[in-house]
Design a protein around this ligand. Structure first.
Ligand code: DGI
Ligand code: FE
Ligand code: FE
Length: 402
C-alpha cells in the first residue's frame, strides 16, 4: 500500500459476501462528501467454525471486491484482515493502519445498526481516538437515531459524522439466493462480479464445503514450519487416541492437539503484542522464559482472534507446557500427547509412551520430573505451575501406596 502523508483514509470493513452496487455507491459517495483520498474496502476474516455453508471463501470475497473496485481509483481493496487469518478487532486494524500511515487522518464507516452499539466495542475509547466515526441512515435507523447516539459518543470524546444519502437498497442475502437460482444479477453487482460468480460457481447449490479441521490446518500451515505442522498433526492423533482410552471427549482432544502450538513459530514480539492487546500481564517466570509464551499467547489468540470459546479446548492449550495443579482430563491428555506423539524421539520416549499407555499418574510424574530436571540442569527457572503440578502427582502416589 502506498499513501502520501496527511491523507484522509477511511476503513470500510464487512463480510462483502458478495460486494454489491450499494456498497460501491456508498463508498464513493462518502469519499466525495468527506473529501477522502482513499477508502479501504476490507473484507473481514470469518473463523472456520463460524462459516455458514452458503458463504463464499475468503479468496472469492476478496477477488469480487477487487473486480468491483478496479474502476475507481479512490477505492482500494485491503487483504489485511483476511491475511491475518484471524478475526480482527476494529481497534487492532485501526492501530495497524495508524502505524502504516502515521500522518493520515482515519475514518471508520460503520453500518447504521452496528453504529448504535459502538460504545460497547472492544477498546471503544481507543477506536474513538484513532478514527472519525461515520454512519449513513437507512430505512430502519433514522438520521435522528444516529445523531442522538452520536451525541453520546461525542460526550466520550469521539468525533462522528452522520451523512444522509440515497443508496440502492440491495441485500447480499438476496444476491446469493438469486445466484443460486441462476437468476440475473444485473443492477445488483458490477458485471465483472456477476461474471466471477457465474464462472466460479461461488454460490452454487452443490458447493462442497471442507470441514472445520481442514480449515484449521490451512491456518496452521500459514503459521508453522513444516516440521512443527507435522508435530501438530501427530499430537492431534495421539490426543484423540489417549482421549478414547481415558474416557474424555476425543473430538475436543483432537482439536486441542491440532492447535496447541499455533503460535510456537510466531516471533516473540508478536506474542508480546498479543498479551498487550488483550491486557495480559506475565508473571515473573513467564517474563524470563519466552519458551512458555506460545502456550499462553496461543490460548489467548485462539479465544480472541479465532473465536474459540470452549474452555475444554482453551485450557489444555493454555497449560500444555507447564501443566498445573488440578488439571482436567483433557488437559492431562494433551500434556501427555505432546510428550508421546509419533514424531517425538528424545532418549526415553519409549519409557514415556509405555507409562502413558499404562498409568496416567505415573506418566505425569515421569514427564514432570523429566522437565524439571532438564530445566534445573540448564539453569532455567521452573514455573510454579509446573512445581505445583508435580507436587500434586507425587502426593497422589503417596496416597496410592498408603
Ligand atoms: O511446544 P513443544 O516443543 O511441542 O513442547 P512444550 O510446549 O512442552 O515446550 C517445551 C519447552 O518449554 C521446552 O523448551 C522447555 C520449556 N519449558 C517447559 N516447562 C518450563 C519450560 N521453561 C521454563 N523456563 N520453565 C518451565 O517450567
Ligand atoms: Fe508447545
Ligand atoms: Fe507441542
Amino acid at each position: 500500500m502506498s499513501a502520501k502523508q496527511g491523507q484522509r483514509i477511511a476503513l470500510f470493513g464487512g463480510t462483502f459476501d458478495p460486494i454489491h452496487n450499494g456498497h460501491i455507491v456508498l463508498a464513493r459517495e462518502l469519499a466525495a462528501r468527506l473529501a477522502l483520498d482513499r477508502v479501504l474496502i476490507m473484507p473481514t476474516f470469518v473463523p472456520p467454525h463460524k462459516i455458514k455453508t452458503e458463504m463464499a471463501s475468503a479468496v472469492d470475497r476478496l477477488e469480487m471486491c477487487r473486480f468491483a473496485c478496479a474502476p475507481y481509483p479512490e477505492l482500494m481493496v485491503s487483504d489485511l484482515e483476511i491475511n491475518r487469518r484471524g478475526a480482527s478487532f476494529t481497534v487492532l486494524t485501526l492501530e495497524q493502519l495508524h502505524r502504516s500511515y502515521p500522518d493520515a487522518e482515519l475514518f471508520l464507516f460503520v453500518g447504521a445498526d452496528m453504529f448504535l452499539t459502538l460504545a460497547s466495542w472492544y477498546r471503544f475509547a481507543d477506536i474513538a481516538k484513532l478514527a472519525t466515526l461515520c454512519a449513513v441512515p437507512r430505512d430502519d435507523v433514522s438520521a435522528a437515531d444516529l445523531r442522538a447516539y452520536a451525541a453520546t459518543l461525542e460526550a466520550q470524546g469521539a468525533r462522528c459524522v452522520i451523512e444522509s444519502m440515497e443508496t440502492p437498497r440491495i441485500s447480499s442475502t438476496e444476491i446469493r439466493a438469486k445466484a443460486r437460482a441462476g437468476e440475473s444479477l444485473d443492477g445488483l453487482v458490477p458485471a465483472e462480479v456477476a461474471a466471477y460468480i457465474a464462472a466460479h460457481q461461488v454460490y452454487a447449490e452443490r458447493r462442497e464445503y471442507r470441514d472445520i479441521e481442514e480449515q484449521y490446518c490451512d491456518i496452521l500451515r500459514g503459521r508453522l514450519t513444516p516440521k512443527r505442522y507435522r508435530h501438530s498433526l501427530a499430537v492431534a492423533e495421539q490426543a484423540e487416541h489417549l482421549a478414547r482410552k481415558y474416557g474424555v471427549d476425543p473430538q475436543k482432544a483432537r482439536t486441542a492437539g491440532l492447535l496447541h502450538d499455533i503460535l510456537k513459530d510466531t516471533d516473540g514480539d508478536s506474542q508480546l503484542q498479543i498479551f498487550k492487546d488483550f491486557g495480559i500481564l506475565l508473571d515473573a517466570v513467564e517474563q524470563q522464559a519466552p519458551k512458555l509464551w506460545h502456550a499462553h499467547a496461543g490460548a489467548v489468540f485462539l479465544e480472541h482472534i479465532l473465536g474459540i470459546t470452549d474452555p475444554d479446548i482453551l485450557l489444555p492449550i493454555r497449560y500444555h507446557t507447564t501443566g498445573r495443579a488440578g488439571m482436567s482430563g483433557l488437559e492431562v491428555v494433551l500434556y501427555l500427547a505432546d510428550f508421546t506423539s509419533a514424531d517425538r524421539d528424545y532418549p526415553d520416549v519409549d519409557v514415556m509412551r509405555e507409562l502413558t499407555e499404562r498409568n496416567v499418574d505415573e506418566a505425569m510424574r515421569y514427564a514432570l520430573k523429566y522437565t524439571i530436571d532438564d530445566l534445573n540442569e540448564r539453569g532455567m527457572p521452573v514455573h510454579p505451575d509446573t512445581l505445583a503440578c508435580y507436587k500434586e502427582y507425587c502426593e497422589r502416589d503417596g496416597g496410592a501406596h498408603g
